[in-house]
Structure formats: structure tokens, C-alpha cells
Design a protein around this ligand. Sequence first.
Ligand code: AHM
Length: 366
Amino acid sequence: MHLYGYFPNNNHNCFQASIYYFCRSYQRESMNPQRKLMPLDEFTIQETRKFKAATGELSAILRDIGLACKIINKQVLKAGLVDILGQHGATNVQGEEQQKLDVFADETLINVLRSSADCAGIASEENETFIAFDDEFSMNSKYVVLFDPLDGSSNIDVNASIGTIFSVYKRVSELGKPCTEADFLQPGNKLMAAGYVIYGSSTMLVYATKLGVNGFTLEPSIGEFCLSHPNMKCSEKGKIYSINQGNTCKFDDNMKAFLDHCMEDNKEEGRPYSHRYIGSMVADMHRTLLKGGIFIYPADKKNANGKLRLQYECNPMSFIIEAAGGVSNTGKDRILDIQPTELHQRVPIFIGSKNLVEKANSYTNA
Ligand code: AHM
């Protein structure tokens, strides 16, 4: 197309022409009243209408989580500018150093959910025990929320993507009373919804229910998460493996044999596979969901149960990946069928495209 024709005088250079053309088309798009943006809230309300008995409480919780994550996002974006980076000085229940943004994210989610009328209590990776909200509205709420407020926080200082992971259970304790630990120790197969927010080159909220997985990109000009990735599917056949390969010396022989398989030259099977590892589960899982592949955090000689937490990381991600057609297990057992016995328990995880998880399992179960 000859862009010069768009200008009153024909002596602009190509760069100016591209900018002009971009602005014109952006203006046309954004001012077009026919253009339909589907905000998160509207989408969840429409989904709720598919169930006769639905009360809208789950939609309200997703809206609250979305709101808290927009506040966290604002702070994550500012992190390089203000003195908010670095260690907070305290350690969490896993003995890890907390960073200031972890604390901010944790408090933001707790405060937003506490003041909403739809959440009976929360459990957070950053806190030793759960919190039961004891006001009248909360005690009559059906749902509890679990979250890892800022996963992959060691990546904050290097400006790599980090995220918030959340999950929602229907409580099993009596309504009208404070929620109990049993509400938070339910297996993943009882989840009502789970999702994550990735704070990356754009900010996205991805959440799953049994109806499927949908992704929403934060549109900064209106401050809304808008549907951008409807009905997400995890490819059945992946070609990317994601693991902290620096730990190989601690892996058992079966695990090492699977890694050798990934690195082997085999043209018919498209190997060697590509290796990608950010060290931020949300970022590694987001890529796995969009492009296929396998993410592994296995048991090793030092950690018999791996590193990642069942309730805050593995269950929500497994629920999302299974809802998108993928597979998730410990190398042997389905993650979602594990009965948790404690709030902060860890499990090994093999998660992603069917072909790769099954192949890895053929090694781990050999
Ligand atoms: P965090 O809770 O301290 O952020 O740790 C969780 C993170 C995950 O996001 C990531 O997959 C994993 O730890 C990386 O661990 P490693 O550095 O051992 O590879």
C-alpha cells in the first residue's frame, strides 16, 4: 500500500507514515462503538447464567481477585522506580526470605477479600495458617480462596515475569460459622475455579472452571481485564521441556534418562526438544499452556517431595492444564486426586502436553 497518499503533503518519510497509519487505525478501532470488548466481570456473569442455581458469588470472588491483582500490578510496574525491591527482612513458613512486594501482594489480596462479602476465609503461601473472616457476611459465604500472592519473586530484581496464583473451593464447614482448616485441605478435584495473573510484557489473568480456560489481557486505558484468549487449549503434542536442569546431579537415574531422551537427536520425532526455564512457575506454565510442552519440578536427593506446594501452586496449575486438555501428575499419581494433609505440603510435578507427560511417566515409572 502506498501510504504517502494518506498525508496532506507527500514528503513524510516511511517511519512517520507508519506511525500515522498506526494511530489512525488505533483511533478507528478504539472509537468504533461496534467493537465488543468483553470485560472479565461481564464474561463471568454470562458464564454464571449457564447454571440455574448459580448465585453470582463465584463471579464476585473472581472480580475481587482481579481487583487485587490490578493493585498488585500497579506496584509491580513501579517496583523499579520506588524503593520497594529487596528483602523484607522476615522469613516465611518455608524458611524463605520474603521480599517487600510479596508482603504487599499478600496484604492486598487479604484486604480485598476480607472486605468483600463473598469469601469466608483465605490461606496464603506466605502465612503459616489460614485466616477465617469472622464478620456476619463472610461467615455466611460459600467459598474460601487460596493463593500464592507473588510466585517467582526471586525474578523481581531482574525484571522477569512473575505472577499470582489462586484457587477457589466451596467450603465444607457449616455456613454461619467461621470456616475451618478442612475447607482448605480439600483435594484439587473439588476446585470450583483456579487461575493466575502474569505480570509480564502485558498483564494477563487466566482462569479455569470446569467449563474451560479463558485468558483476559489488562487493557490499561480502561483498567479492565478483557477477554483476549477464549477457550485456551494445551496442545496435545509439545516440543519444549522446562526444568531446572542445573539440578541434574540430584535427580535419580530415570529422571536423567528422560532428560537424555529430550536432548537426543531424532529427526522423525522432532528431537532434540527445546529447553526453556524462567524459574517463575507462572511464566513457565503460561508458555506451556500457549505453546505446549512439559514443566517439571521433580523430587530429588535433597527434596523427596520436590519444591512446589500442592495447595498454592500445583493444584491450581493442574486444574487449569486439565481443563485445557493437558495432563498433570507427580510422575505417578494425578495431582488433583491427592488428599492434602497439611496446608504447606510439597509435591513433585510433571505437567503439560499429553505426549510429553506420558513419555516422562514411562521413564519415572520404569
Ligand atoms: P517462590 O515461592 O520462592 O517464588 O518459589 C517458587 C518458584 C516457582 O515459581 C519456580 O517454578 C520455582 O520456584 C523455581 O525454583 P528453582 O529456582 O529451584 O528452579
